[in-house]
Design a protein around this ligand. Structure first.
Ligand code: SF4
Length: 172
C-alpha cells in the first residue's frame, strides 16, 4: 500500500486584530491591584473590549480620574493612552481644560460615587452644564456617605446611621 501523502502543516493562526490592526493586548493596562472580584475591574475589562471593538487609537485617547478605588482603575486599561489622575473631586475641571486645549483626543473619565456625588458634586454639575464631550463613568462602590460631606445621606431611615457627634448636634 503506497504511503499516504503527508498533510501540509497547519497554517499558523493569525492573531486577531481590529479595524486598525491592533490586538486586544494593545488596549490592556497594568495588573490590577484592586481587591479580588472588585467590580471596577469588570468595568475596566469592558472599556478595553469597547475600545478594541471600535478600533480606537489608544494614543488619541486621554484617561482622567479623581481619587478613590475607581479612580485608580485607569491604570489598568489602555497603557498607551494619555492619563491624568487629578485631585479628589476635581477631575471635571481638568478634563474641561484638557479638551479645550486638544480637540483631537477622546476622553474617558472614571470617577467614584464620592468623587462625583460628594466632594466633586459642584464640578460634576458644571461639566454637565457645559456639555463637555467625554465619556464620564461613575463607579458606585456605595461608600459615599463615609466621606461625611453629605449629611443628608445619614438621616434616620436612610439606611446609614450618623456616628455619634454630640458637639455637632449641640451646635445644630
Ligand atoms: S471598591 Fe471595594 S472591593 Fe474594590 S478595590 Fe476598593 S475596597 Fe476593594
Amino acid at each position: 500500500m503506497p504511503p499516504l501523502p503527508s498533510m501540509p502543516p497547519p497554517a499558523a493562526a493569525k492573531p486577531a486584530v481590529n479595524a486598525i490592526g491592533l490586538g486586544k493586548t494593545d488596549y490592556k493596562g497594568l495588573e490590577s491591584t484592586l481587591c479580588n472580584g472588585c467590580g471596577h475591574d469588570a468595568i475596566s475589562a469592558s472599556i478595553i473590549e469597547a475600545c478594541y471593538e471600535y478600533g480606537i487609537q489608544p494614543e488619541k485617547l486621554i484617561k482622567l480620574s479623581g481619587i478613590g478605588c475607581s479612580s485608580k482603575s485607569p491604570a489598568y486599561f489602555l497603557n498607551r493612552s494619555h492619563a491624568f489622575n487629578t485631585l479628589h473631586g476635581r477631575m471635571p475641571s481638568v478634563a474641561t481644560g484638557a479638551l479645550m486645549a486638544n480637540h483631537l483626543v477622546n476622553a474617558v473619565a472614571v470617577s467614584g460615587d464620592g468623587d462625583t456625588g460628594s466632594i466633586g458634586l459642584s464640578q460634576f454639575k458644571n461639566v454637565v452644564r457645559r456639555n463637555v464631550e467625554m465619556v464620564y463613568i461613575i463607579e458606585n462602590n456605595g461608600v459615599r456617605p463615609d466621606q461625611g460631606t453629605v449629611l443628608g445621606d445619614r438621616r434616620p431611615g436612610s439606611g446609614v446611621e450618623a456616628p455619634a457627634r454630640p458637639e455637632r448636634d449641640a451646635a445644630d
